[in-house]
Design a protein around this ligand. Structure first.
Ligand code: UDX
Length: 463
């Protein structure tokens, strides 16, 4: 048995998902003097974290986990025991959109958060700092405070909001070199002390000027607003892409010109088949719900527009496919290259590919789903679809064989360097390619003989 008392601090994270796992691995790597434990109700997930087949794919993650696991990073299912030992508890449980009752389809479902708060309360014999890592609606910390501090044990919990801004696929870099770390605390002496304790942890590797503090509500709202602003940029450029396709404009040229304005900046301006992922839609829905409950209909309507354009962009992509292929895709084989919501992740949550695959199946196409990492999730997402019309094929060349069309739905780097001449030769003719990420060399593809349909650029056809 290792001597655990050698550690200066004991940190715990409840929730071993995309945020909790990587964040705690980074803290453990940067702070060898702290004991970091990650717990989860899901024993299988914890087992995976203890193995070399981690439950999430994230470049560089396994390396870090291997370096610290068993040294000062531990995974466990003993939630109560770990709570009692910890001084600082990060809570990173999921907050999906509610599917029932008041606020269904908009409000976040806080049942896991509340259950966690009650578990913390039950298992604690002394006061603790509880850090919200999950994205929560504004003023959730207040509810947590009430649950935690309505105890008869005479112990005090201090709740902080420390939203996580990492993006999937780049989590390790984002954690190691964050643009900022945001810590919201109550403006009381106890709140200030708890904030300082958390600042001290991050200061082990994050420059002080990048660690910013605010009140709890500002921190909670900043997270929702950040994701809403990022999503809004994508919907803005996607709305322009539709206009480009009706005119002679090229969305790549337009976004280049817009992005050179220093006030706008050039990142996050790639027109696409639509945004996906576990955060953007959920957080905007949450923002809409809060705005509505505050009676701010115009504010709610503004953000609703960002979501509406995203749905429109996905539908529009399917319409382009059907229209280009002589208004019918029935019994035509269409290979979807990419199913993850972005490259370098196996995550398919809210991926545009889900709706696109379903709509093509509704049109009675034969859909072949290909992805280097996400096929297991894709199978779950498309469960219930007619088995004779839905195939899964990891190898893109095999997926394309005999296909009438290819649709690029995820910007995996490998797709850029496929042998498109060989692919063209193996396809049914006329061969179509719909580049939902604008990552391919469209002129070259046209030269090979493809009918090429990019997003927001003129189609290049032989028809
Ligand atoms: C996002 C935020 O970036 C992150 O800060 C937050 O903590 C969680 O939500 P993530 O969902 O992992 O991260 O991925 P992100 O890189 O933001 O991409 C979201 C979606 O937008 C993807 O589907 C991506 O393909 C799409 N996207 C992104 C575009 O369509 N165009 C772009 O220019 C950028």
């Amino acid at each position: 048995m290792s001597d655990k008392s050698r550690f200066e601090r004991r940190l715990l994270c409840i929730g071993a998902g995309h945020v909790g796992g990587p964040t705690m691995a980074m803290i453990a790597a940067k702070c060898p003097r702290y004991e970091v434990t990650v717990v989860d109700v899901n024993a299988e997930r914890i087992g995976a974290w203890q193995s070399d087949a981690l439950p999430i794919y994230e470049p560089g993650l396994l390396q870090i986990v291997k370096q610290v696991r068993g040294r000062n990073l531990f995974f466990s299912t003993d939630i109560a025991g770990a709570i009692d030992k910890a001084e600082i508890i990060f809570v990173s449980v999921n907050t999906p959109t509610k599917t029932f009752g008041e606020g269904a389809g908009k409000a976040p479902d806080l049942q896991y958060w509340e259950k966690t708060a009650r578990t913390i309360l039950e298992a604690s014999r002394g006061g603790k700092i509880v850090v919200e890592k999950s994205t929560l609606p504004v003023r959730t910390a207040h509810a947590m405070d009430r649950i935690l501090n309505s105890n008869r044990k005479g112990i005090h919990f201090e709740v902080l909001s420390n939203p996580e801004f990492l993006a999937e696929g780049t989590a390790i870099r984002d954690l190691e070199f964050p643009d900022r770390v945001l810590i919201g605390s109550h403006q009381t002496p106890e709140g200030g002390a708890a904030r300082d304790a958390l600042v001290e942890i991050y200061a082990n590797w994050v420059p002080r000027e990048r660690i910013i503090t605010s009140n709890v509500w500002s921190a909670e709202l900043s997270k929702l607003a950040s994701n809403a602003f990022l999503a809004q940029r994508i919907s803005s450029i996607n709305s322009i892409s539709a206009l480009c396709e009706r005119t002679a404009a090229d969305v790549g040229e337009v976004s280049h010109a817009i992005g050179l304005d220093g006030r706008i900046g050039n990142r996050f301006l790639n027109a696409s088949v639509g945004f996906g992922g576990s955060c953007f839609r959920k957080d905007i829905l949450s923002l809409i719900y809060i705005s509505e409950t505050c009676g701010l209909q115009e504010v709610a309507g503004y953000w609703q527009g960002v979501l509406a354009i995203n749905e429109y962009q996905k539908r529009r992509f399917v319409q382009t496919i059907v229209n280009a292929m002589f208004d019918t895709v029935t019994d035509k084989r269409i290979a979807l290259l990419g199913f993850a919501f972005k490259k370098d992740t196996a995550d398919t949550r809210d991926s545009p590919a889900i709706l696109i695959a379903r709509k093509l199946l509704d049109e009675r196409a034969v859909v072949v789903v290909s992805d280097p990492k996400a096929l297991a999730n894709a199978r779950l997402d498309l469960a219930g679809a007619p088995a004779d019309r839905l195939l899964f094929e990891e190898n893109p060349y095999h997926a394309a064989r005999g296909a009438h069309a290819l649709a690029i739905l995820t910007e995996w780097d490998d797709y850029r360097s496929l042998d498109f001449q060989a692919i063209f030769d193996s396809m049914a003719k006329p061969a179509f390619i719909f580049d939902g990420r604008n990552i391919l060399d469209h002129e070259a593809l046209h030269g090979i003989g493809f009918n090429v349909f990019p997003i927001g650029k003129p189609a290049l056809t032989h028809l």
